[in-house]
Every structure is written in C-alpha cells, then in structure tokens.
Design a protein around this ligand. Structure first.
Ligand code: ADP
Ligand code: C5P
Ligand code: MG
Length: 193
C-alpha cells in the first residue's frame, strides 16, 4: 500500500488543534486522528495498559511512543483515506517523530498553532467549565502540560522549522480568524502541487 498523505498538527494545549481539524475535515475531506483522543479511548479499557495511560494523562506527561504510534498505525489502517490524515497532537517528542516517520509515513507538512499560554489557559479553563471538560483540564495539570510542551514538544517543532516543513499559524485570534488562515494554507498547498 502507498504511504498515506500525512500532516502533523502541533501546538500547545488549547491552541485550537482539534477545533480547526474538525473544520478541515468538513471542508477538505481529511481524516482527523487526535493522539490524545485515541489515548483517552484506550485509557477507558480495564487493562493494565488502559490504567497506565490514564495515570500518565492525569499527570500531564507523555505516553511512551510505541503505545501512541501503535494506536495511530491501527487507526490509519482502519480509516478511509480520501484526502489524507491530520494527525493532531503528535509527535510530541523527538522519538515519536522518528518512530512514525521511519515506520509509517513522512509528514508532508507540519502545521504549528502558535498561541500564548495566557490565551491557552483561558480557553482550557473555559472548556473545563463546559460539557467537554476533561480530567486534565484543571489548573495544576494545565500548567504541567505547558511545561511539558515547552521542554519536550517545542524542540520537535523547532526541528521541523529547521528542515523547512513547519508552517506557523498565529492561533491567538478568534475561531473564524484562525480558521481563515488555516484553510487558505491548504488551498495554497493544493495549488502548488
Ligand atoms: P487543542 O486541541 O489544541 O487542545 P481545542 O481545539 O480543543 O484545543 O480548543 C480548546 C478550547 O478552546 C475549546 O473549548 C475550543 O472551543 C476553544 N477554542 C479553540 N479555538 C479557539 C479560538 N480561536 N478562540 C477562542 N476559543 C477557541
Ligand atoms: O492533545 P491532547 O490535549 O488531547 O492530549 C492530551 C494528553 O494526551 C497529553 O497531555 C498527554 O498526556 C497525552 N498525549 C501523549 N502523547 C501524544 C499526545 C497526547 O502522551 N502524542
Ligand atoms: Mg485537542
């Protein structure tokens, strides 16, 4: 089977990755795979692995790469792939990038949502107050996730910036403003093929 077309969607917690991926699915027909959603789903299982994943997510830490890469590989295998995959919240560590790109597919581009921690914190606290509240959307875990983002995830973004594949989006604006930028990027990418 030919390698799938893959875009990595990166950015701190609350930067708007999931929100924009949903709209891209509707408009461009991509498949959206959120590493965090796949991990939360696996974490619901009453297995040793499920319990371990839940613990790590509650602590705001990164799940070992082989677990997340296996979940993504299975999801890619099972999904229809009309226009490509938006892999959201992955890779969050250098070894995840290597394992996926050597074993599954090389990402075509990396979309990085650049957002201030103040804005991300406000958005996550907003999410925590609503129906989509998550166990890790409490202020203590949010701040730990910010630290993990700076220490472990940002070096991945920097390495993609250096190799010329990273496209940075200013994600501080309102939902429609951010999505307008994102959709234009995909339109332009389509034209330059
Ligand atoms: P991520 O997947 O990057 O963690 P989400 O897309 O889940 O972030 O967004 C986190 C929260 O912020 C959600 O409640 C979402 O509705 C809200 N949100 C997303 N983008 C924006 C935006 N541009 N302006 C205001 N709120 C936003
Ligand atoms: O992207 P999202 O905010 O849904 O991720 C939630 C949590 O899932 C992260 O804080 C982290 O604990 C875990 N995760 C991970 N490795 C990834 C993506 C998410 O360990 N690549
Ligand atoms: Mg998300």
């Amino acid at each position: 089977m030919a390698a799938p077309t893959v875009f990595f969607v990166l950015g701190g917690p609350g930067s708007g990755k999931g929100t924009n991926c949903q709209r891209l699915v509707e408009e461009f027909g991509f498949s959206h795979l959120s590493a965090g959603d796949l991990l939360r789903e696996e974490g619901k299982k009453d297995t040793e692995l499920g319990l371990k994943i839940t613990e790590i997510l509650k602590a705001g830490q990164i799940v070992p790469s082989e677990v997340t890469v296996a979940l993504l590989t299975n999801a890619i295998r099972d999904a229809p792939n009309p226009a490509g995959f938006l892999i959201d919240g992955f890779p969050r560590k250098a070894d995840q990038a290597l394992m996926f790109e050597e074993g599954v597919a090389k990402a075509k581009s990396i979309l990085y949502f650049d957002c201030s921690e103040e804005t991300m914190e406000n958005r996550l606290l907003g999410r925590a107050a609503g129906a989509a509240a998550r166990d890790d959307d409490n202020i203590e875990t949010i701040r730990r996730r910010f630290r993990v983002n700076v220490e472990q995830c940002m070096p991945v973004v920097e390495s993609y910036r250096k190799d010329g594949r990273c496209i940075t989006v200013d994600a501080n604006g309102d939902k429609d403003a951010v999505y307008a930028t994102v959709r234009q990027l995909f339109i332009d990418m389509g034209k330059s093929q």
